[in-house]
Ligand binder design. Structure first.
Ligand code: ATP
Ligand code: ZN
Length: 299
């Protein structure tokens, strides 16, 4: 019975995606109570339960219809998609939303001082990775024949151990590469977290909650950078002020009692408002500037 009414969402149990995943769910209004085993989180105020698993298992859980939804890196999904295709199986998950966390890239890196011109320089090399399918696709696309050394972890030390001439691994800041005296030479995939769902039709109640969740996610992602800005300005400076307001559509313009040549302007800016912007607005004649965070937004 539950299976027909409560959504099941897979989230990484412990890793880089865990906190941001729980954070976005909380911002969407979900109150979770976690059971003793910590494997399941029960949604107290939404018919949505969270299953905590290893990130690599998330596509499978959605593929096998154990979970309706999953929060996972694009890198994991795309590797899985290719792995399934190699076995002649069609991937059974749809990407619903690109999320603004878990940003990283799958890159090829080589020891410092290696001569590198273009992908052709990888010909005949041994490349260590935990992403053999994505790497294979990249090499095939560039018509390069190289040896893929599939490892289950600690890829960055493979060159020093003499097991590989290059690596293909996830990079965010590049500090791990630098610590291992490796330099990035190619980007195979730009990645971020995504919300995936089973393409199997869900019961109408569940579908309605998926739609609601998506709307809330969109709201949450929009407000992150958004600010509400209020200021006073000379009427004559309106065009200049509007040009300076970052990412605002139609500001509200309010007359100021006793000041026919000045107005109050209220606007939602869909980008962060920096000091430089405020200084520019002030130089254009604005005064009484106030920038407020936006808590929720529903278009
Ligand atoms: P698990 O035990 O769940 O298998 P893991 O070691 O595979 O954990 P993490 O290192 O926590 O996973 O990374 C999870 C995801 O976070 C990656 O698949 C990727 O989408 C994203 N990510 C973001 N930045 C990085 C980074 N610098 N290195 C690795 N992954 C990153
Ligand atoms: Zn993993």
């Amino acid at each position: 019975m539950d299976k027909d009414t409560r959504l099941k969402l897979a989230v990484q149990k412990s890793g880089r995606l865990t906190d941001p995943s729980l954070d976005i769910l909380a911002r969407c209004g979900l109150k979770l109570s976690r059971g003793k085993d910590q494997l399941m989180g029960f949604g107290e105020n939404m018919p949505l339960d969270v299953l905590f698993v290893r990130d690599d298992d998330i596509p499978d859980l959605v593929q096998e219809d154990v979970c309706d939804l999953g929060l996972v890196g694009l890198n994991v999904i795309e590797e899985k998609r290719l792995a399934l295709a190699a076995r002649g199986v069609q991937a059974n998950f749809d990407s619903l939303r690109k999320l603004d966390f878990g940003r990283c890239r799958l890159s090829i890196a080589m020891p410092e001082g290696t001569n590198y011109e273009d992908a052709g320089s990888l010909a005949g090399k041994r490349i260590a990775t935990t992403y053999p399918h994505l790497l294979g696709q990249f090499l095939a696309h560039h018509g390069v024949e190289a040896q893929i050394v599939t490892l289950s972890g600690a890829v960055e030390i493979a060159p020093r151990l003499g097991r590989a001439d290059a690596i293909c691994d996830l990079v965010s800041t590049g500090s791990t590469l630098a610590a291992n005296h490796l330099v990035e030479v190619e980007t195979v995939l730009e990645s971020h977290a995504v919300l995936i769902r089973t393409p199997i039709a869900l019961a109408p109640v569940k579908n309605a909650w998926v739609e609601r969740l998506l709307m809330r996610i969109d709201g949450v992602q929009q407000v992150k950078e958004s600010k509400y800005i209020m200021l006073h300005a000379p009427r004559a400076a309106l065009p200049e002020i509007r040009r300076l307001l970052p990412g605002s559509e139609s500001p509200t313009i309010i007359p100021l009692e006793g000041h026919p040549d000045r107005v109050a302007i209220h606007a939602v800016c869909r980008e962060n408002v920096f000091w430089e912007t405020l200084e520019g607005l002030k130089a254009a004649g604005a005064s009484a500037l106030l920038v407020l965070p936006v808590e929720k937004m529903l278009a």
